[in-house]
Design a protein around this ligand. Structure first.
Ligand code: HEM
Length: 154
């Protein structure tokens, strides 16, 4: 009986001092309230983090050199009167245009129309009657010749 009492007292003493010791230890490592505040303040918050600037859309390079806009590159939108057509005679570096049935053709690239002339006919004119009435070939030769616009009343 005495032995049991001794064990019981020993156990009580163990738990009592053990817990107290643990509490002391915890108190030793736990930071003071002011320290906790300091730690929290030291952690950088979101606003302090430098924001990433949104990536810019790639800048499409603007061509600095535009291709020379020759009248023959007018994409069929040119509108010339008979009087205006005269200057497109293929001479002195001028474009060579002819009009047939109200359509303006660029014969500048046609081998037979070198320097704006062909079989005694000159560019810069309405040659509808000539191609239909005088040429042996007719209007079929105009297939594939670039169209630059139309002849308009002036
Ligand atoms: C638009 C007005 C045109 C007129 C008035 C015209 C007139 C003529 C004439 C009179 C001849 C015969 C020459 C001879 O053998 O005595 C001829 C021949 C010829 N022309 Fe034209 N021409 C015109 C447009 C063109 C065009 C636009 C082309 C080509 C795209 C062309 C291509 C030729 C060729 C290849 C020949 C020789 C072969 C052939 O007789 O078919 N001509 N042209």
């Amino acid at each position: 009986m005495k032995r049991i009492a001794t064990i019981a007292i020993s156990l009580l003493a163990f738990f009592a001092f053990g817990c107290a010791g643990g509490a002391t230890e915890a108190a030793a490592v736990a930071p003071e309230a002011t320290e906790v505040v300091a730690i929290i303040e030291a952690v950088p918050n979101d606003t302090a983090t430098p924001r990433l600037t949104p990536t810019q859309a790639p800048i499409t390079p603007v061509p600095t050199v535009t291709p020379a806009q020759t009248p023959s590159a007018a994409n069929g939108t040119l509108a010339l009167t008979l009087d205006q057509l005269k200057q497109y005679d293929g001479k002195n570096g001028n474009p060579a245009y002819i009009a047939v049935d109200g359509v303006l053709y660029d014969v500048g690239g046609v081998r037979q129309w070198k320097n704006g002339s062909h079989e005694g006919y000159s560019a810069g004119k309405d040659l509808t009657d000539a191609i239909l009435g005088k040429s042996p070939h007719g209007t079929g030769v105009l297939d594939g010749v670039p169209i630059v616009g139309k002849l308009v009343a002036g």
